[in-house]
Design a protein around this ligand. Structure first.
Ligand code: FES
Length: 159
């Protein structure tokens, strides 16, 4: 969880300027074990950059990359725009739902994965595509998808 100490360290890396808001929120969310921005974090960031808390909450709510509710350690975003849909993204989403035992927007019981959908990820040439955290995966098949999930889980176990 983004401890106060962790947040202080992040804030110290930036000038207290509203122009740094999105970068600060990005770092604060990344430092949070549950991949979200707590109310307390938003309040402290607002105070630091000199904006009303309501403005910071609005910004965090506007951008889909931010979450105000706790999520898993890894965020899976599968593309649901037409070019990916046409080459099988829908059946991959069905497989993810079945394999992980969650619906879109939910987190697995072990806290490992939150499943989300996304509009175009900008890599239509390798459709169907998805992101896990900051990593992009293209040319997905059911077999590759299963292997990727396994690799992410074993990385977790090894860390
Ligand atoms: S439509 Fe899926 S990456 Fe562009």
């Amino acid at each position: 969880m983004a401890s106060v100490t962790g947040l202080q360290t992040i804030l110290e890396g930036y000038a207290p300027d509203p122009a740094n808001l999105l970068d600060i929120l990005h770092d604060a969310q990344e430092a949070n074990e549950q991949n979200h921005l707590s109310r307390e974090t938003l309040r402290e960031v607002a105070e630091y950059v000199g904006l009303p808390t309501s403005t910071v909450v609005s910004s965090a709510t506007f951008y889909s990359m931010f979450s105000l509710t706790p999520r898993g350690r890894h965020i899976i975003r599968i593309c649901e725009s037409p070019p990916c849909q046409l080459v099988g993204a829908e059946s991959l989403l069905d497989l993810l739902i079945k394999t992980l035992g969650v619906e879109v927007g939910e987190t697995t019981e072990d806290g490992a994965f939150t499943l989300e959908t996304s509009s175009c990820l900008g890599v239509c040439g390798v459709a169907p595509a998805m992101m896990i955290d900051e990593e992009l995966y293209g040319n997905l098949t059911k077999e590759r998808l299963a292997g990727i999930l396994e690799a992410v889980r074993s990385d977790d176990d090894g860390s």
